[in-house]
Design a protein around this ligand. Structure first.
Ligand SMILES: [Zn+2]
Length: 170
């Protein structure tokens, strides 16, 4: 029984009680006692049910607020990552080998460098490529995924001219 029905029963019982008392009828007064006990149980039950619904509403609201906070944090993180990603452009390191190069106009005080594109775009990791030599060849290696990007340059004393303007210096 919900609270409204319980209160309606209570009102009907009050009317019945008035009649019973006015008539001074012991049998009706005994009925009033029984009905009063039932109505009190109904009111108590309806009160508990209402309390549970209110608590469920509070729990739902709290869960929704937590979810909204999580989503706001995720959006802020995505906006920050998108802004950081905008600072870089895909650029060739050697023939058909590409990495993310810092745009000159976005460099600020950062030195020219390259990032691993799969780590940045697929895993959200900003991994600055580091120079590495294998044999006589120079590579740029990713500290996150350990991929070695061939630069097409050797470690000979004679430097090759840069064919790719965005390559910068290794
Ligand atoms: Zn990587």
């Amino acid at each position: 029984m919900d609270m409204i029905s319980a209160l309606a029963s209570m009102r009907a019982l009050i009317d019945f009680t008035k009649v019973a008392v006015a008539a001074r009828d012991d049998h009706q007064i005994a009925q009033v006692e029984q009905r009063l006990t039932r109505v009190l149980l109904d009111v108590t039950s309806a009160g508990l049910e209402l309390q549970q619904k209110v608590q469920a509403g509070i729990d739902t609201e709290r869960a929704l607020k937590d979810r909204v906070r999580e989503l706001e944090e995720q959006v802020a993180d995505l906006v920050k990552r998108a802004a950081e990603r905008e600072r870089y452009k895909l650029a060739p390191l050697s023939e058909d080998v590409f990495a993310l190069a810092l745009k000159e106009e976005c460099a600020g005080t950062d030195p020219h460098h390259h990032l691993c594109q799969p780590c940045m775009d697929n895993r959200g990791k900003k991994a600055t490529l580091q120079r590495k030599t294998k044999g006589f060849m120079i590579y740029l290696t990713c500290p996150e995924c350990s991929y070695d990007y061939p630069t097409g340059k050797g470690v000979s004393t004679q430097r090759q001219p840069l064919n790719y303007p965005s390559m910068g210096r290794f």
